[in-house]
Design a protein around this ligand. Structure first.
Ligand code: ADP
Ligand code: MG
Ligand code: MG
Ligand code: MG
Length: 417
């Protein structure tokens, strides 16, 4: 029954191919003929099926050997599914309850069978619709602190961390995508780019002629590629979070690899700032005023929860080979441990701002745009929202060492014209 070569599933072949697995019979129902299947993948890369049967439901996510958004002219290895599976297991261990439950993994077929999150919706969709989710800042702040801290040399054994570094190092092709699409292509006339034209033509020309910005983008790229601090989610935007008013789950870590702590934090906050700037494209006469206030509050709270939880883990779980307690607490040097924590958090802060800046640029200038802006029907309004995000992004990337608080960034977001 196990197929030895990869074959993409269809809604018609899925029941016959998967209903013989006991783990899935238990979850979905014994009789594959009663399974109802629909394909709901809205992402750029993979197939996603919802399967419902007599005893329950599941989601089947299958990688394709190419980038779905572009087609088979852009091959991408199936093994990203293996990394997604391993990342999900680690995230669940490091922050229990934060991911969908995993029922089955098949490396040859590059498929993961997991819990069907329902009635959860994609966070990006909720924010575009003007919904205020009360728990996301706390839940995502904790997710960031726990996954980033617990996947690093601050927590793991040196051997364990190096083994994981080696495992995830093979996820190189998806890193290539980030390295090209986030850090380089937005800053030159790359064939895969697009932007709202002609409205943004002027600012796009300015950005590509901005020497300081290009240098900073390359410094950030260097950090991304060379600073293997912790296991990142790697694609932590608001389309990788599913929510209800009282639950937050993180999905889609197929870009997981060992990189700088600040990357996931910066990408997530950038997506909140873009949601903020896009609100005026979705509003009728001031109707999104409270939504804007809410979104800046989410930014502030996510960052402060991240800091507080990271600090708590530093004080209570610092079991790795860095900043050993033998050097500090065990000699009565509490201040030394706190001083080192300040240095680490400060570096994450400065780098996070830079990653947020380039993330905002690439979503407006590069290949992969986001629905927050794309769904704004009036093109002039869209360009006006995008321009603000581009300006904030430029400021964060270039001046990040001279920015001192998250409130300062939020005030700039409010002031920018
Ligand atoms: P891709 O890697 O192609 O972006 P995602 O993992 O983001 O794929 O999934 C694409 C879409 O499928 C999501 O936006 C969401 O709507 C849906 N989806 C994915 N996983 C689940 C799940 N466990 N439960 C419910 N819906 C899901
Ligand atoms: Mg996705
Ligand atoms: Mg998606
Ligand atoms: Mg994905």
């Amino acid at each position: 029954r196990e197929m030895k070569v990869f074959e993409a599933l269809t809604i018609h072949t899925l029941p016959a191919r998967l209903s013989t697995y006991p783990a899935l019979q238990d979850r979905i129902g014994n009789d594959g003929n009663h399974w109802k299947v629909r394909e709901v993948g809205d992402g750029n890369l993979n197939l996603v099926f919802i399967v419902e049967g007599d005893s329950g439901s599941a989601v089947v996510k299958q990688a394709l050997p190419y980038v779905r958004l572009v087609g088979d002219s852009w091959p991408l290895p199936l093994k990203r599914s293996f990394f997604e599976y391993h990342a999900l297991m680690r995230q669940e261990a490091r922050h229990p309850g934060s991911t969908p439950e995993i029922f089955h993994f098949d490396a040859v077929q590059a498929l993961i069978v997991m819990e069907f999150l329902s009635p959860h919706i994609i966070l990006r969709r909720a924010l575009i619709d003007g919904q205020q989710l009360p728990k996301i800042a706390n839940d995502l702040g904790l997710f960031l602190a726990r996954t980033l801290f617990r996947g690093s040399d601050l927590s793991m054994t040196a051997r364990g961390r190096k083994d994981d570094l080696a495992l995830f190092a093979d996820n190189a092709e998806v890193c290539d995508i980030t390295e090209a699409l986030v850090f380089s292509e937005p800053y030159y006339d790359a064939p895969r780019n697009r932007h709202t034209s002609p409205q943004l033509d002027g600012i796009v020309a300015q950005i590509r002629a901005d020497r300081d910005l290009k240098v900073e983008a390359q410094r950030l790229k260097h950090l991304f590629a060379a600073s293997a601090e912790t296991m990142l989610h790697g694609d932590l935007h608001s389309g990788s979070v599913m929510v209800t008013p009282d639950e937050t789950r993180v999905i889609d870590p197929e870009f997981a690899f060992y990189g700088p702590m600040a990357f996931d934090v910066g990408m997530l906050l950038a997506n909140f700032w873009m949601a903020y700037f896009s609100q005026s494209g979705h509003e009728e006469a001031g109707s999104r005023e409270t939504m804007r206030t809410y979104l800046l509050g989410v930014v502030t709270e996510t960052w402060s929860v991240f800091r507080a939880e990271f600090s708590r883990l530093w004080r209570t779980e610092r079991t790795g080979m860095l900043y050993q307690v033998a050097l500090f607490e065990e000699q009565g040097d509490i201040l030394g441990a706190e001083q080192a924590l300040d240095h680490v958090l400060h570096q994450i802060w400065v780098d996070m701002l830079g990653f947020a800046g380039v993330e905002m640029h690439r979503r407006i200038l590069g290949l992969a745009h986001n629905a927050d802006f794309e769904t704004i029907a009036d093109v002039d309004t869209r360009a006006w929202c995008e321009t603000k995000a581009l300006k904030l992004g430029r400021h964060l990337a270039v001046n990040r060492r001279q920015i001192y608080s998250i409130e300062e960034v939020n005030s700039l977001a409010e002031l920018i014209e």
